[in-house]
Design a protein around this ligand. Structure first.
Ligand SMILES: C[S@@+](CC[C@H](N)C(=O)[O-])C[C@H]1O[C@@H](n2cnc3c(N)ncnc32)[C@H](O)[C@@H]1O
Length: 334
């Protein structure tokens, strides 16, 4: 037996794709709906090879995601069930697929090591040209962002205390995970999602699904080329982590201009601990940012420094119980 940290490093590589495969082929759905079930029953229900199903489920059970009873029947561990249940707001299936897809890009790190990111990326499409190369990859990216952000946004919207706010501008708001959470909690709030024009149908589909026709609108544009719509709250969820400091400062200066005097900016991000020794999720996503975007993850103090550079004052950090947190800055009243 290897030391536990090495065991995870060596064998964990296989666990994530197996989790995604079990999700994609309905094994988890069958266990959630009908478990405990022996692997032969799961295989019969999804019309798949029983031996392969058994091996996949044994990996997930050994990793602690499933329980296997003395009769050999599998059940999803109750602690992880909400995250693996597609009907639950906490479902992370889209994000797990995004992580498995990201593995394909990791070999590029070898070339970064030899030549540097700037040289290698010069021949590659810009990050969002890659994510949005066709309708399927755009839809998959939207699904990943929704599953990464909607559930925690319900907590972040509470931490943001939006009850007195009127217009939320959700910059890079994608199909609306934060806007929807904020609107659900604040019936008098209106939200504008500002994102690239091709995101419009995804936001409109969310708007219709959640019955928010009169309170959620889309504004298409390029946040580097265009000014932002005005509001008393300007939000950025997982936007700062896509870009280097210079671009973040540019966006936050725009946000300052778009934010009404007395209003606020909300930056919602993973945070590194102050000593940068973790958490693991932030360190891993900081690495994937290297191949997927031009950004980094930061400490709370680094984000506060970016906000202050743009003129925001009274900055405060509000930590959620999850891995996306809130940094708030105020535009002083005129
Ligand atoms: C990582 S996603 C974050 C989505 C969402 N805010 C969340 O927290 O899950 C970044 C978003 O920024 C948008 N974006 C990227 N470049 C942009 C640009 N130049 N102008 C406007 N939006 C852009 C993307 O389309 C995407 O929806």
């Amino acid at each position: 037996m290897l030391p536990p940290s090495l065991e995870i490093a060596v064998y964990g590589l296989i666990v994530t794709p197996m989790l995604q495969l079990a999700d994609k082929h309905g094994m988890l759905a069958e266990l959630l709906a009908h478990g405990p079930l022996p692997s032969t029953d799961v295989a019969a229900r999804i019309d798949a090879d029983p031996d392969t199903v058994d091996r996949i489920l044994l990996v997930l059970a050994s990793a602690g995601l499933l329980h296997r009873d003395s009769a050999g029947a599998f059940a999803v561990d109750p602690a992880v069930a909400p995250y693996l249940d597609a009907a639950h707001p906490g479902y992370i299936g889209g994000f797990v697929k995004h992580m498995v897809d990201a593995l394909e890009q990791l070999p590029r790190l070898e070339r970064y090591l030899a030549l540097g990111k700037r040289t290698v990326d010069a021949d590659l499409p810009a990050p969002y040209d890659h994510f949005y190369q066709d309708d399927l990859s755009t839809a998959e990216f939207m699904s990943a962002m929704w599953s990464l952000s909607y559930d925690v946004s319900r907590e972040l919207a509470e931490l943001a205390a939006l009850d007195g706010s009127k217009v939320l501008v959700d910059v890079g708001g994608a199909s609306g995970p934060f806007s929807v959470a904020a609107l659900e909690q604040n019936p008098r709030l209106r939200a504008i999602v500002f994102d690239l024009p091709n995101i419009r149908p995804h936001l409109e589909s969310t708007r219709d699904k959640y019955g928010l026709t009169d309170r959620l609108e889309f504004a298409g544009g390029d946040f580097f080329a265009d000014e932002l719509p005005e509001g008393d709250v300007v939000a950025f969820g997982y936007v700062m982590s896509n870009w280097p400091d210079a671009e973040c400062k540019q966006l936050l200066h725009k946000a300052f201009r778009a934010c009404q005097p007395g209003g606020r900016v909300l930056v919602m991000e993973r945070l590194f601990d102050d000593d940068r020794n973790g958490p693991l999720s932030t360190a891993v996503m900081n690495l994937t940012m290297q191949v997927e975007t031009r950004g980094v993850h930061r400490t709370a103090a680094e984000l506060v420094a970016l906000l202050e550079d743009a003129g925001f004052t009274g900055c405060a950090v509000h930590r959620s119980g999850r891995d996306k947190h809130l940094v708030v800055g105020h535009r002083p009243a005129a």
